[in-house]
Design a protein around this ligand. Structure first.
Ligand code: FES
Length: 121
């Protein structure tokens, strides 16, 4: 397990963006917090493959209810990454498992490395 951040680093609801992998362009990932629950996503929209955000850590709609892609406005549920509005209904963000242990958000290093292999290039 590797610590990604503290749960208290995230507003509620809120997001935390991080890069994983080697080189100048690590894979962009983000974590969504809702209460004590956390969800991990790859920062890549299933519509056209763009990163979802324009500004660091800005992934949610203003009411905090949904994840927003700022390219063409797709909106995704925060708890499973399924698109519910916009140009790719039913499509899903790529997810990865994160959990909270003693106040820290953690993930399996192998899981993150596998995401890099799957989504690089
Ligand atoms: S790339 Fe996300 S809505 Fe088009």
């Amino acid at each position: 397990m590797i610590r990604l951040c503290a749960l208290s680093d995230l507003r509620d609801p809120g997001t935390f963006e991080l890069g994983w992998g080697e080189g100048d362009w690590p894979l962009s990932l983000f974590i969504v917090r809702r209460g004590d629950n956390v969800f991990g996503y790859v920062n890549r929209c299933p519509h056209a493959g763009h990163e979802l955000n324009l500004m660091p850590n800005e992934f949610l709609t203003t009411d905090g209810d949904l994840i927003l892609c700022r390219s063409h406005g797709a909106r995704f549920r925060t708890d499973d990454g399924i698109c519910v509005l916009g140009p790719c209904p039913g499509a899903s963000l790529a997810t990865f498992a994160v959990t909270v242990v003693d106040g820290d958000v953690v993930a399996e290093r192998d899981t993150l490395d596998a995401l890099v292999s799957r989504h690089s290039g």
